[in-house]
Design a protein around this ligand. Structure first.
Ligand SMILES: NC(=O)c1ccc[n+]([C@@H]2O[C@H](COP(=O)([O-])OP(=O)(O)OC[C@H]3O[C@@H](n4cnc5c(N)ncnc54)[C@H](OP(=O)(O)O)[C@@H]3O)[C@@H](O)[C@H]2O)c1
Length: 251
């Protein structure tokens, strides 16, 4: 049975990925900070006959991440797929930048991915087998007003993936980057601006599982966001700025 480990599995997209992957025959290893939520999800999946284990860990703690992966691998076997999904959002009021919030967002979204990858990479290289999946965002393609640090963190993750997928391919490790548009989770629950083509975490999880199965390198979900990004690329900057300003005004 293949083993997929998912960070940020206590809610939203990570939780949906866990449910989707067990339905496709995976054993899932769940990592996040909220132990109660991980325990409840693992118990529910196990009672439905699936294989699931959990360890509470913070992606900012490299030792805890290595220990968590080791514990999950002892229980369910080597990690075949690692999904670096844990992330946080930070909104910056233009008249009052919150530097601490910005640094925290950057650290969780970028350093957290590095620690997550580090926890499995040696073993994947040794086995010459494995699949790293990073959850970036369509925000990676453009600095969104008010969301600059978040956009920058997701762009960093996407660029990391771009390097890794080429350098790790000869070592037998595949890399997939997932760029979701808006997904209905706790992260977007307080957004007060229109979120075009909002999708459920279940839909994103199903599309991500397809991408893993097919070995796709990058997916933008839903497809309509590909079109939005392409149109934005063709638009004059003044038009793109008018649209972007709505994100700050309507927060
Ligand atoms: N929702 C969207 O529209 C959207 C769009 C594009 C990309 N994304 C990306 O998708 C990923 C998942 O987002 P979501 O919408 O599912 O958000 P969410 O519902 O807020 O869930 C975030 C998950 O990350 C975990 N997490 C946060 N900080 C962590 C840390 N330091 N260590 C370990 N786990 C941590 C949380 O668990 P604990 O609090 O229990 O630790 C939670 O399980 C994020 O990377 C996000 O940037 C989301």
């Amino acid at each position: 049975m293949p083993h997929a480990i998912i960070t940020g599995a206590s809610a939203g997209i990570g939780e949906a990925l866990a449910r989707e992957l067990v339905s496709r025959g995976y054993a899932v290893g769940l990592i996040a900070r909220r132990a109660d939520r991980l325990a409840a999800l693992a118990a529910e999946l196990r009672s439905a006959g699936h294989a699931a284990a959990w360890v509470a860990a913070d992606v900012l703690d490299p030792d805890a991440m290595r220990d968590a992966v080791r514990a999950l691998e002892q229980e369910q076997g080597p990690c075949d797929v690692m999904i670096a999904n844990a992330g946080v959002i930070a909104f910056q009021q233009p008249h009052d930048y919150d530097v601490d919030g910005a640094v925290f967002c950057w650290r969780v979204n970028v350093e957290g991915v590095l620690h997550t990858v580090d926890a499995v990479l040696d073993d994947m290289r040794r086995r010459r087998q494995g699949h790293l999946v990073v959850i970036s965002s369509t925000a990676a393609f453009k600095g969104l007003p008010g969301w600059g640090v978040y956009s920058a963190s997701k762009a960093a993750v996407r660029v990391l993936w771009e390097s890794m997928r080429v350098e790790l391919a000869p070592l037998g490790v595949r890399c997939t980057c997932v760029d979701p548009g808006y997904v209905a989770t706790d992260m977007t629950a307080n957004n007060r601006f229109p979120m075009p083509f909002l999708i459920t975490p279940e839909r994103l999880a199903a599309r991500t599982a397809d991408a893993i199965a097919r070995g796709e390198t990058e997916i933008i979900v839903p497809f309509a966001h590909r079109v939005i990004l392409a149109l934005d690329g063709l638009s004059p900057r003044w038009l793109s700025d008018i649209v972007g300003r709505q994100l700050v005004k309507e927060r």
